[in-house]
Ligand binder design. Sequence first.
Ligand SMILES: NC(=O)c1ccc[n+]([C@@H]2O[C@H](COP(=O)([O-])OP(=O)(O)OC[C@H]3O[C@@H](n4cnc5c(N)ncnc54)[C@H](OP(=O)(O)O)[C@@H]3O)[C@@H](O)[C@H]2O)c1
Length: 281
Amino acid sequence: MERRRFGSLEVQVPVIGQGTWELEGGYGASAVAALRKGLDLGMTHVDTAEMYGSGAAEEIVAEAIAGRREQVFLVSKVLPGNASRRGTVRACEQSLSRLRTDHLDCYLLHWPGPHPLEDTVAGFEDLARGGKIRSWGVSNFDVADLEEVHRVRGAHGPVCNQVLYHLGERAIEHRVLPWCEKHGLAVVGYSPFGHGHFPSPRSRQGQVLQQIGDAHQATVRQVALAFLVRRPPLFTIPKASSAAHAADNAGAGALRLSGTELGRLEDTFALRASSDDLPML
Ligand SMILES: NC(=O)c1ccc[n+]([C@@H]2O[C@H](COP(=O)([O-])OP(=O)(O)OC[C@H]3O[C@@H](n4cnc5c(N)ncnc54)[C@H](OP(=O)(O)O)[C@@H]3O)[C@@H](O)[C@H]2O)c1
């Protein structure tokens, strides 16, 4: 599993991590087993949020990481409506309680919301001073939002921006990814399989993925993930609710695509014309 620096942090984080949205949806023990399998195979970046299942996903994560917290780069998110200075602190404390841990490695604002960014950042700083978070970041921030957070960044500043990024939705490549590269933020791509909308094996796109996979004894999902983390500062966080899917995804962490293969994927999954809108799920 390839690891790389996460924004300005010294810590090395695996390029393929694990998402947890809808993991709570009736899978129970299988979801815990999937996360544990992923951890065993190096996918130690675990992404969750107070929003997911209204805290149920965090409780599943708690079970999966029990006894191995120190291996995990644990990320959760505050809902924008809760992200006043005191609300951010309170929401984090509730997440920590559900996660059965005393700190997060990174805490994100889930998307820009009604509270002044200064207040949310002040809450993050309070949490950092109290040892409850090691770093903070943002999610679904376009360039205008990033410029604003850069202006009010507090003592440490955001270390990442988590954004929608999959083969069929490469809009971040226009402006958000270059901005983050320039300012040293990790870019964590979410919904790498399009939240369930992955190219069918019979489509032209599916066949290109298959042909590239065949050349490496890799699966089509591994090819997609390898493309999405093809250069720093990219990371990705697929969600899997079975151990078999988790193992498949972890296999992408050692797959290197050639320049020719990357070019073929860029052509097959064309980048649409630029827009100022940052799509989100
Ligand atoms: N910051 C934000 O606003 C935001 C928004 C959306 C998502 N996220 C984060 O990003 C994570 C990932 O995105 P997502 O959950 O939307 O969807 P996703 O990872 O794009 O897709 C998940 C779907 O792919 C399937 N899958 C996973 N691995 C597979 C494999 N190897 N082979 C076949 N199918 C596979 C899953 O099936 P099974 O479940 O059956 O394994 C599930 O149906 C979320 O869980 C969440 O942590 C963040």
